[in-house]
Design a protein around this ligand. Structure first.
Ligand code: URP
Ligand code: ZN
Ligand code: ZN
Ligand code: ZN
Length: 473
């Protein structure tokens, strides 16, 4: 029964083989990836995306099943996404629902069934993007429904009207090159929406996680909420810790290449922005570190590039999102004390493990099974090279995803997962064979209720008195 082999048995077998002197961490959990999503048709599918995951030390992903506005029920949506992933995954996986049409039936009848029977215990909501965005009233209704079910509400927080106004002005001035994407979505749009999301959550006393945060001020709003013991969680991603908006400018023979770095929120302008987020990593404001792997190919057949319309760049038509499922673990590991001298290390190994695996497991209802090396847990492990060995220059050529570039091209990391082990099976062997796992070995995970990691339900509200809630909630 190899699948039930314990982590400790696995480690001892590996120690006899090749793990001597190596660091061993739990298999990564990437709790924010977009694979085969209907609204990003050029993105990675399950085969390439999950292959890329294990090659980078990630053993579990939570991807999105995305409701369209015209979908009156979530059941067919879930079936569709099961169909797109079934027998195709190299890693274990679950789904969050993206809700765009939260009807009373869905909130009252369907979510409880999906949580209890299908193990979907989290939703992602958009405050921006015309086809997906929700009103504050809708956000509140969903938060309330999720609260009562022990589900986590993930929120993409950017102020949609601010962005629409700026895009109109940029286009009127002919400023449509890729770089203007970063101008169109200023930090204040993220700051305002993050504060609003926290306020809505506070009103109804619901746990939330703000996804892919990039702004110091927005992060400060989260930090203040956490100080008041509100159940407010935050996520950031490698792109917001390592990359700046200069990548969106022309910097090669190809003026349009900045399109490779279009994501939302956008890459910010200043090293100070990166430094502030590193502080949030170190001081515990961020609960999870995910990739937001949401890739689109840059070059399509016939040289077609999305967002280049009759030879004219139109940033507002460039698909949003970067690839990063494979590079996430190594990029953060490289900043730990395992790879850097003490005065240069951004974080310790325990924090690395929390951010890349343990916290996501707890928050998203995989606690007790994933995210830790402990008796009774799945033997999901990453074995790194011993210190001083295994360095890598990141390049597109070494990666296993289905897109044609990496935004982290040329970055140097001092270590890379040497072995990835999923439920006791070797699925990635950097030295020999590369991806040695089998497609379809990855299992669908029915998740349980999430744990609140920061603060608590029933924290201290500020904009009202606690007793006021009793009359209506
Ligand atoms: O630019 C991004 N992040 N695209 C992916 C979709 C999303 O908002 O997460
Ligand atoms: Zn988002
Ligand atoms: Zn570049
Ligand atoms: Zn995303």
């Amino acid at each position: 029964m190899i699948e039930r082999m314990s982590a400790l048995e696995t480690i001892s077998i590996l120690a006899e083989r090749n793990a001597e002197g190596a660091y061993i961490t739990p298999g990564g959990i990437d709790s924010h990836v977009h694979l085969a999503q209907a609204n990003s048709p050029t993105g990675d599918g399950w085969e390439t995306g999950s292959r890329s995951a294990v090659a980078g030390g990630t053993t579990t992903v939570i991807a999105f099943a995305s409701q369209k506005r015209s979908d009156p029920s979530l059941y067919p949506v879930l079936e569709e996404y099961h169909g797109l992933s079934r027998n195709l995954s190299f890693c274990d996986y679950g789904f969050h629902f993206i809700l765009t049409n939260p009807t009373p039936e869905i909130l009252r009848e369907e979510l409880p069934v999906l949580a209890a029977k299908e193990g979907i215990t989290s939703v992602k909501l958009y405050m921006t993007y015309e086809p997906m965005q929700l009103s504050d009233r809708e956000l509140l209704s969903i938060m309330l429904a999720c609260r009562s079910l022990g589900m986590t509400t993930m929120i993409h927080a950017e102020n949609s009207d601010m962005i629409a106004l700026i895009i109109e002005g940029l286009e009127a001035h002919g400023n449509t090159a890729p770089y203007f994407h970063a101008i169109a979505r200023p930090r204040i749009a993220e700051d305002e929406a993050s504060y609003r999301a926290i306020s809505l959550a506070e009103l109804v006393d619901a746990p939330i996680l703000i996804v892919h945060m990039s702004s110091e001020t927005a992060m400060g709003h989260v930090r203040n909420a956490q100080t008041r013991l509100l159940p407010v969680h935050a996520e950031t991603c490698p792109q917001y810790l390592f990359l700046l908006s200069e990548h969106l400018k022309p910097h090669s023979h190809d003026d349009f290449e900045g399109a490779k770095h279009v994501c939302s929120p956008p890459l910010r302008h200043d090293v100070k922005d990166l430094e502030a987020l590193w502080q949030g990593i170190a001081n515990g404001t961020f609960t999870v570190f995910s990739s937001d792997h949401a890739p689109s190919k840059y070059d399509h057949s016939g040289g077609k590039k999305l967002g280049l319309v009759d030879g004219v760049a139109r940033f507002a038509k460039i698909p949003n999102g970067l690839p990063g499922i494979e590079t996430r673990m190594a990029l953060l590991f490289n900043q730990t004390e395992a790879c850097q001298p003490p005065d240069k290390a951004r974080l310790g190994l325990p924090k690395f493990v929390q951010l890349t695996a343990t916290n996501a497991a707890k928050l998203y209802g995989l606690g007790g099974r994933k995210g830790s090396i402990a008796p009774g847990y799945d033997a999901d492990l990453v074995i790194w090279h011993p210190a001083g060995k295994g360095e890598v220059n990141i390049s597109q050529g070494m990666l296993h995803h289905g897109v044609d570039y990496t935004p982290f091209e040329g970055m140097h990391v001092r270590n890379w997962p040497r072995y990835t082990i999923l439920r006791g099976e070797l699925v990635w062997n950097k030295d020999q064979g590369g991806v040695v796992g089998k497609m379809g070995y990855g299992q669908y995970l029915r998740r349980g209720k999430g744990e609140v990691i920061m603060g608590k339900i029933g924290g201290v509200p500020r904009g009202m008195q606690e007793h006021e809630r009793q009359y209506w909630l």
